[in-house]
Structure formats: C-alpha cells, structure tokens
Design a protein around this ligand. Structure first.
Ligand SMILES: [Zn+2]
Length: 348
C-alpha cells in the first residue's frame, strides 16, 4: 500500500499547498489535513506502514516519521514568517490628513507656445506644422537662399548623413527654421494667407547658458493684396502688448534676412524695469524679441504668387528666448533637464 515514492509524492503535495498558505487559518487547515489524528494524510501513511510486510516496515517507518517531523517543522516555520510579515505592515493612521495627488501639467515651453498661438488664433490666424526633416528647397532655396548664397552661413546647418525619403519630400537637413512650412503652405494655398507655424528647429550650436542645438520657434506669415509695413508694425505691437503687458512699448530696428525686404528686429520695453535699465535688459531698457520683415518678391516667385499683386509680412521668434525673458530664467538648459524642482515653478 505504501512505498518511498508515494511518501515523496505526499511531501511534494504538501509543499505545494504550503506555498499557497497565506494566513494562520490556512496553516491550521493544512495541519489538520496532513497531521490530523483521525483522518490526516500522514496518519493514514502511518497505518499503511503498520500493515506493510515485516521486512519493509523499519525503513518505511523511518521515512514516514521523517516526513511527519518535516511537515510539522515547515508549518511552524511558515507561521513565524507570516507573523513577522504581519508586524512589518504599518498600521494605517486614519487621522492623518490625505495626501494631495500630483497633478501633471504642460512643460513651460509648451505653455509659452500655446500662449503665443492663442494670441494669434484670436487675431484670425491658422496654426500649421511642418516636417522637422526638410529638403534644401524648402529650407533655403525657396526662401531666396540659392546654393551659393552667403546667407546660408548665418545659420549653422545640421545636415543628415544620408537623405531621408518620405512621400512628400527627400530630406537632407534638420530644419534651421520653421520657414519651410511657410513655403509649403503657400504652394498649397492661394492668398489671403494668415498662419503661424510653431515647432522645433536645429542649429549647430554649443550647449551653453543661452544656446542649445535644438530649440523652438513660432513663425508667422501674412499675405494678401495691399498688406503693408504698417500692418506688420501694428500686428506685432498688438502681440507684444498682449504677451508682455498693456504698457509695453515697441521699437523696430533695421536688420537683414534673405527672405524679407525690408527687414526689422522688434524690441520691447523691458518689463522688469519699465525701460529704466536693469540686469535683464543689460541696462538698455529694451529687450530684443523677434525678427520680421516684408516678404521678399523672390519668395513669392518661388511659390508661384504674383509679386506685383501680392505683398505680405513674416516674423519669427524663439520660444525659449521669450520664455527666458518672461520667466527671468538665466540658463536655457534648465528647460531641457527635466528637473521637477525647476518645472514645478510654472503653474499651468
Ligand atoms: Zn530692464
């Protein structure tokens, strides 16, 4: 009726059940099932040993006793382990105040971009986005920068090791500005045009206090019949007052961009010192905020617009740059380091 192999099977079954025992009650039930005086599994084994042939009895008896002791010891051991685990679980103090769950929010640069977009959306602009991997034509050539144009050196371009072919174009550069999207939009739409185009751009720059090889821009483009420099100035002055505060003064300084003529930089009066001069504005009272100008006729020719009929203006600003100014942050790298102590200072 019994042999060493069947004893081992009993042991294996027991170990299996022991592993699943998770409470004192489980252990008591397990003990009853195996060691119970009347119907315990081991008790029946003992009876079977007593009925075995006399020659097998001593060896079987020894094995059966060993099994019994083993089961007994393992149950005791498990009971202690469960007790230790129970005392390690801290009691819940229901009188403690609840913990405030952490609420996620947008990154400060995203907040800044959305704020800029929102101002232009209110003025009737459309927000459009384009590819970050761009071809030479959209990034340079159509913007009045042919292959030998010296202005290409104004932007340290990051070229791709190999062209990336997609359905729409064969990309060779990481875009140096979002202006490529202006070309794409004009190629696909007839005037009037009123768009802003936000996105990441790339330049071969060092990673330091004021530079990063990747940053973000918002560019804008307006094209129509009779659009003038006065419209450009009015639009940007209105944006500056909305963005930096109602008392913000603006001034335009002549500048140069290959794709606009004339070109101008926009300065706003320093919102820290109100124009008296401080550390933020480097004692000048003015902050340089964006570049702008009237769209160059060569750009209209590149997209098939009649430059005799249409005029327009374009502008572009760095989102990091305005965020640095607006928040008084002195190290641009902090925007990319993901340090929550920094990011938590910008409520949504
Ligand atoms: Zn100032």
């Amino acid at each position: 009726m019994t042999d060493p192999a069947s004893l081992e099977r009993v042991r294996a079954e027991f170990l299996d059940e022991l592993a699943r025992a998770a409470s004192d009650a489980d252990l008591r039930a397990l003990r009853d099932r195996y060691l119970g005086r009347k119907s315990g599994v081991v008790t029946s084994v003992m009876k079977a040993v007593a009925a075995a042939p006399a020659g097998d009895r001593p060896a079987l008896g020894r094995l059966a006793n060993e099994l019994k002791r083993d089961i007994d010891a393992r149950i005791a051991e498990r009971r202690e382990a469960l007790a230790a685990l129970g005392s390690a679980i801290p009691r819940v103090d229901v009188t403690l105040p609840g913990r405030q769950p952490l609420t996620g929010r947008c990154h400060p640069l995203t907040q800044m971009r959305e704020r800029i977009e929102e101002i232009f959306l209110r003025m009737g602009y459309e927000v459009v986005e384009g590819p970050e991997l761009e071809d030479d034509y959209h990034n340079f050539e159509a913007l009045n920068m042919p292959a030998d144009h010296p202005a290409r050196d104004m932007q340290d371009t990051l070229y791709l090791a190999a062209p990336v072919v997609s359905e729409s174009h064969t990309a060779t550069v990481l875009r140096t500005h979002t202006s490529g999207m202006q070309i794409r939009y004009m190629q696909a739409h007839q005037p009037p045009v009123r768009i802003v185009s936000p996105g990441r751009v790339y330049r071969r720059d060092n990673f330091d206090l004021t530079h990063t090889p990747m940053f973000s821009q918002v560019e804008g483009l307006v094209v129509g019949e009779g659009v003038t420099l006065g419209d450009l100035k009015g639009t940007l002055a209105s944006f500056a007052r909305d963005f930096f505060g109602p008392d913000t003064a603006v001034r335009f300084r002549p500048s140069f961009f290959p794709y606009t003529e004339p070109s101008a930089e926009l300065d706003v009066s320093c919102f820290q010192c109100g124009g008296r001069g401080c550390g933020v504005c480097k004692r000048t009272g003015w902050l340089e905020v964006l570049g702008s100008g009237m769209v160059h006729p060569a750009v209209f020719e590149a997209v098939g617009y009649d430059p005799e009929r249409y005029t327009g203006f374009a502008f572009g600003m760095g989102i990091e740059r305005v965020a640095l100014l607006k928040y008084g942050v002195d190290d641009i790298r902090q925007f990319y380091e993901g340090d929550l102590r920094f990011l938590e200072q910008f409520p949504a």
